[in-house]
Design a protein around this ligand. Structure first.
Ligand SMILES: N[C@@H](CCC(=O)N[C@@H](CS)C(=O)NCC(=O)O)C(=O)O
Length: 202
């Protein structure tokens, strides 16, 4: 049984979606936030003291996107393809973590997450400007194929879509990127995504 430490209203959402997509049994060990986005109690199994963390038998992992790669590898194809497509999954997952997420967070904190009085409009604009450049790359890729890797949904789509879920749900202007918008609509309304979203959105 996978044990996902965290709550659905955190990056643990990503791992819950992955477990749902993989069809593997899992439990959520609830750990949420105290005021100021700090954890309500320490999480000793993660040396970074952050959520999520995963326990799978003797294996303990941190980093939500790495946890998702592990979950997908347990499920195998089609969620985690083999051969060169496995390398393409790694490429897109690293692109998500290194090229996309920081800009999503910069926009998100200053557009809808922080209390209104603490938001800085110029920070939201800078995050959006950087994110738009990445969305333009994605738009061109999705003009060539329906999903990031091959013709079907893989954990590469899950990992990128779960990072773009906040903007998608919270009014980010996706009009200049219609293929990205359609792909996100498809990914985020898959039955497994809807089950995970229900835990988060209520
Ligand atoms: N790169 C990490 C980021 C983890 C992270 O920042 N988690 C947040 C919640 S979504 C957290 O635990 N914040 C509490 C803190 O920083 O004290 C991952 O993707 O797992």
């Amino acid at each position: 049984m996978l044990k996902i430490h965290g709550i659905a209203r955190s990056r643990a959402f990503r791992c819950i979606w992955a477990a749902e997509e993989a069809g593997l049994p899992y439990e959520v060990v609830p750990l949420g936030f105290a005021p100021g986005f700090k954890l309500e109690r320490p999480l000793a199994i993660n040396p970074n003291n952050k959520i999520p963390a995963l326990e799978d038998g003797d294996l303990v992992l941190f980093e939500s996107l790495a946890i998702n790669l592990h979950i997908a590898a347990k499920a195998g194809a089609p969620l985690m393809p083999t051969g060169d497509d496995a390398s393409r999954v790694m490429q897109w997952t690293l692109w998500t973590g290194t090229e996309v997420e920081a800009h999503v967070m910069r926009w998100g904190y200053n557009a809808y997450i922080k209390p209104e009085a603490e938001r800085i409009a110029s920070e939201a604009a800078a995050g959006k400007e950087a994110l738009d450049l990445r969305l333009a790359v994605l738009e061109r890729e999705l003009a060539q194929r329906p999903y990031l890797v091959g013709n079907g949904f893989t954990v590469a789509d899950l990992n990128l879509a779960c990072v773009l879920y906040g903007p998608w749900l919270n009014g980010y202007d996706l009009a200049p990127f219609p293929k990205v918008k359609a792909w996100l609509d498809t990914c985020l309304t898959r039955p497994a995504a809807l089950r995970a979203r229900k835990l988060r959105e209520g």
